[in-house]
Design a protein around this ligand. Sequence first.
Ligand code: GDP
Length: 189
Amino acid sequence: MAKIVFIGRSNVGKSSTIKTLTGKKLKIGRRPGVTLKPQEIRWGENTIVDMPGFGFMSGVYEEKREAIKDSIVKYLEDEKDISFAVQIIDTKAFLEIKKRWEKRGQIPVEIELYNFLNELELKPILVANKIDKIKKDRRDETLDQICESLDLLPPWRQWKDIIVPFSAKTEEGMQELKRLIRKKLENID
Ligand code: GDP
């Protein structure tokens, strides 16, 4: 039995990804920023933990957003039985946000989170979601840039055990994501 944490900014498609993966509809009434609590979802003999979305949410005050971030950090640090993490990003938005933040001299939260998950040895799988929104001939370049920002030396195809281009909408990448999760599950003692 494994505990897998799903984590990402709000609106990256975390709920959609969990839903396509498990076939389970998530609890309704989970408007962004409403809950600080991670939600546990049974998935066969394993448990998926749906973490609250972090980052900008319209209608949610800065203070609440900070509280969400703090609660996520605390949960990840305190829970000793997490097997690994699945970090979901919006492939296109990730690079746009990165550019904006770096202009201000700041490290984007998603990069910080990825590094933090690695520090905690939660060896994240990175789901590059909404890949359907990127033209086919731009995908390699985009994924290379994402890898580079995470200190994963391009080409991205070297890192196929870490990053998976995915679309919760078209279900592209579903088999590959399942393969990566299975592989991690096999390596848990
Ligand atoms: P969450 O806040 O991270 O849980 O995000 P949701 O799952 O609620 O999705 C946010 C929005 O992105 C919704 O409008 C989804 O329909 C849309 N979305 C999610 N995944 C994809 C995807 O792979 N491709 C596209 N084009 N849209 C997506």
